[in-house]
Design a protein around this ligand. Sequence first.
Ligand code: IZC
Ligand code: ZN
Length: 421
Amino acid sequence: MTKHFDTLIVNIGQLLTMEGDGPAKGERMKTLPVLEHAAVGIKDGKIAFIGKNEETKNFHADRMINASGKLVSPGLVDPHTHLVFGGSREHELVLKQQGVSYLEILKRGGGILSTVQATRKASEEELFEKAKFHLDRMLSYGVTTVEAKSGYGLDEDTELKQLRVIKRLQNEHPVDLVSTFLGAHAIPPEYKNNPDDFLVRMLNLLDIIQKEELAEFVDIFCETDVFTIEQSRMFLQAAEAKGFNVKIHADEIDSLGGTELAVELGAVSGDHLVGASAAGIERLAGSDTIAVLLPGTSFYLGKEKYARARDMIEAGVAVALATDFNPGSSPTENLQLMMSFAALKLKMTPEEIWHAVTVNAAYAINRGEEAGRIALGRKADIVIWDATNYAYIPYHYGVNHVKTVLKKGKVVVERGRNDAT
Ligand SMILES: O=C(O)CC1=NCN=C1
Ligand SMILES: [Zn+2]
């Protein structure tokens, strides 16, 4: 029986389909089905065949890609980024080296607030070009679906400007984007004494955000000197009442109980969770809320303490990983580096890590039914790696292991080895 495909990827050494239903938890997160000596057929941008290489003898394709025994996986998913922003904050590095904390820099009017100034000044076009540059780099790292937040405006015009940039990227860039409104990212100086009034002002944006379909999620930075548990609960409940899904920056630096709040609100994800309590982890385990861990932020802030990934996984929590790409606490687009940090600092196994950057990351942004897996009929978002086995990627850190990226069946990244001159 001959079959004709647009593209046939043959001689795959290890194929990770991430098969299964729903997010991977417990034992399923610890085991990784691998199809050896495999092949994948693509037709009209979708997966049309998954099987053993020897089955493809009578197959034909407009384009044959020889994977030469390499590793093939679904496109990676980055479920937590602050992709759209103006300026940069390298000048803060010396303050960090002098021991000035993240929250102290924020208190002094720096940190997020300094990026707010740069973002307010930048035009929509400038923000678009800059975000596109970063998104191109994420794609080169094998990331084919990205969540992107606003949060550097803290005023109507600039929050909408950021969200419109995300929407334009969704329409013009190969990477699939999921948009989050994070107007409650910090308290602007003019609202220092009445943050509740600021939150009401940000809530008043939800109608136009909904009307222009500018965001699916609403998020808030629940943290000391930012927004309290009570403020976060009020804000996110108001967003849910309008039909938005919610996520929350929780227990990143101080343990306020944001993890428990995420579960209480039915948040799609609770993010950071470095200070999650044992009770919080237990609540997570009994919920559908995904734990999005951001080891790059703990690393960059020079923290000794990392999220308790092992306790979460053992308790049955679905764990995902993300870069938290942003100019202040995690200035890197490299999700592969997060895989290495997950191994080295979160003590996650390669099998758990691969679930955390594909299927679980997809569920953390409500894309579990369309991203993070190689399955018949799904979008052909595929990465061919310059490695022969899946454990090699988290092991060999700080470099880009991508050889080829296909987005909806189209080759969008092809990285050759440097030709010796
Ligand atoms: O510092 C930033 O720009 C991003 C951030 N928001 C909450 N934690 C980090
Ligand atoms: Zn963040």
